[in-house]
Design a protein around this ligand. Structure first.
Ligand code: ADP
Ligand code: MG
Length: 310
């Protein structure tokens, strides 16, 4: 079975006992692009990745990776993918270099070729200095980079990254983004899962929002930002009643008690919206401007039409 997409899934369903982890997931990623699967804990992201990487058989639906069916041609799929899971897969007692060389040998590279590949990857992932140290002494960010390097030994054209930056400090996260960008520049197709809106926005060509085992919206990061705004204005009013009236003046606002959360595309629109509310005679008792969070995305998306295209 061939597909024009590097990754394509239709109607994927999976239950664990009576937990319906996936309830019909549709996804696609064009060759050489990055799709970010964005969703909170428990949304079903890892389950999608496990099915697409042949580690788990779906109860329903079909999927292809590199044109191969993930169930009927699982061995072919494994030849074209790399996977970096949420848990560390490297051996802590081996050095960074030893981990990479061992993996290269496992994939039938000759001794010299395995060493060369290890050195190239250590360099690419900024681990040359730490190459001779046991992996158990690596920082969180270094460990994730080594994990990623190990999954790239065979230079697979499609890679899956399951929350590669969760729990990393901001600097390590930036380092991870840099190496992911290099992979993208090489034309690798990437499916990345994340709980960070900012990460999906910065890296991905397309974003699929997943919640409760289903894709609730999908589109480009630009589409996403147009819907939720790249800034949010938080108004507080004296009473719920005033907040409700102010809501009628602005588009896409979310009301919570006497608070009103309003999306804005840019600083100019922030000013414009604040003025509009003030000019209409609604005095805000509190005012705050902040970046949108994943919660805002879901409030905005799922509070409106389900399954909408952004
Ligand atoms: N092995 C399992 N047994 C039972 N329930 C599971 C198992 N794996 C995941 N789940 C449940 O399935 C749902 C989706 O989990 P998961 O795919 O890991 O989500 P995410 O990766 O987005 O956090 C959650 O409710 C989770 O508790
Ligand atoms: Mg997960």
């Amino acid at each position: 079975m061939s597909s024009e997409y590097a990754i394509e899934a239709r109607g994927l369903a999976k239950s664990y006992g009576d937990v319906h982890a996936l309830r019909g997931v549709d996804l696609y990623a064009e060759r050489g692009s990055m799709l970010a699967l964005l969703g909170p804990n428990g949304a079903g992201k890892t389950t999608v990745i496990r099915i697409l990487t042949t580690l788990l058989i779906p109860d329903g639906g079909t999927a292809t990776v590199g044109g191969h069916d993930v169930v009927r041609a699982a061995a072919r799929v494994r030849e074209v993918i790399g996977l970096t899971g949420q848990e560390m897969s490297v051996d802590g007692l081996l050095t960074g270099r030893e981990n990479l060389v061992m993996m290269g040998r496992l994939f039938h590279l000759g001794k010299a070729a395995a060493r060369q590949r290890a050195d190239d990857l250590l360099e690419q992932f900024d681990l040359t200095e730490a190459a001779g140290r046991q992996a158990r002494w690596y920082s969180g960010g270094m460990r994730r980079r080594l994990d990623l390097a190990v999954s790239l030994i065979t230079a697979p054209p499609v890679i899956f990254l399951d929350e590669p930056t969760t729990g990393l400090d901001p600097r390590s996260r930036q380092g991870m983004w840099e190496v992911i960008r290099k992979l993208m520049a090489d034309g690798t197709t990437i499916l990345l899962t994340t709980q960070y809106l900012e990460e999906a926005d910065i890296l991905a060509d397309r974003v699929a929002l997943i919640d409760g085992g289903g894709v609730v919206a999908e589109g480009t990061p630009g589409d996403l930002k147009r819907r939720i705004g790249s800034e949010r204005i938080e108004f507080q009013f004296a009473t719920d009643d005033v907040a409700e009236k102010a809501q009628l003046l602005v588009g896409g606002a979310v009301l919570h008690g006497n608070g009103l959360s309003v999306p804005a595309a840019d600083p100019a629109e922030v000013r414009h919206l604040i003025n509009r509310v003030a000019d209409a005679g609604f005095d805000a008792t509190g005012l705050e401007i902040r970046r949108p969070t994943l919660d805002d995305v879901f409030l905005t998306m799922t509070g409106q039409t389900e399954g909408a295209t952004l």
